[in-house]
Design a protein around this ligand. Sequence first.
Ligand SMILES: Cc1ncc(COP(=O)(O)O)c(C=O)c1O
Length: 354
Amino acid sequence: MMIETRLPLMRPRLPEPARFAPRLAAMHASGMYSNRGPQVLELEERMAGFLGTSPDRVITVANATLGLMGALCLSPELTWSAPSWTFSATIAAALQAGKRLTLVDARPEDWWIDPPATTDGILSVAPFGSGVDPARIDPDRETVIDAAASLGARIGPLAGLPPRAAVVFSIGATKVLGAGEGGIVVFGDPDRARRFASWTLLGFEGARASSFLGINARMPEITAVVAHAALDDWERERDEWRAARRLATAVETALGMEPVPLRGADAHPYWIVRFPHQAARQAAERSLAAAGIDSRRWWADGCHRQPAYAALPRHALPVTELLAATTLGLPFSRSLTRADTERIHDALDRAAVS
Ligand SMILES: Cc1ncc(COP(=O)(O)O)c(C=O)c1O
């Protein structure tokens, strides 16, 4: 019998070294390796163009978790609503920023939260690469959106971001436009953006003394070098994500599965499927594992079930509980092939009839 190789959950792929060699050489010649050097400043300018806003509102950061933490640290509000249906990083960042969180449920129609009026700030997540529409943000409340996987989504021009809002993207290796580790934070208010840049430099504002409490969260030049190469090749990357998505959609259609409601998603790095009930999900997990195919429950059982967050105040979470019981992440990457999706199709099909 032929032994099939393991099908991994993700195949992260950064730009080819040859694509960033010239910028790497320029960085080396400049002798500037960090501290908001020329590669980082040019990346902020290019990202502003990419996201439809001005460069004075876009600041790079060492990773999206620190981006979330900094955006929250700079907000005057203390009490925040946050989803339980998200990755641990969203909640960790808010708690490290000293905020008081209340966990709230996801909406069934798009998996975003409906924040209650009882907290001052809103910390939302754009689930699994969903789009971000500035027109839907309440201009009267402090808002931070964790859009970690959404750089390839449909993003309304972020020039329309209200002054009290910030959106945080990741360029980690497994994300769209991946550069290894890194984040991009877009602010509605250029003064907040400027302060955030200082926050990433220990609160330095020109002088070599911390004028307020910050941290070292700056993006190194070498990360920006790689991110430039990813942007140079963006259209090809986007087309590869879209081609992989078509293969995934074909499997869902063939098996009669409802697509999950990721509003505004386009080029996004996850394949999430939903089963009618938990037993069907578990059967699929077993069948995939038996066929050497990795799968993952990306957000586990929701953050409220994780020991670090179990004591947080929370609302009833029936949708979160349901999504945790019935959804599953399948192997996905821009290198996904038809042979891969045929294997996945067959394993899911076997689970359905077993
Ligand atoms: C929803 C969400 N938020 C935050 C993060 C953290 O991003 P980073 O790895 O850039 O810190 C991730 C990473 O996977 C994520 O999925």
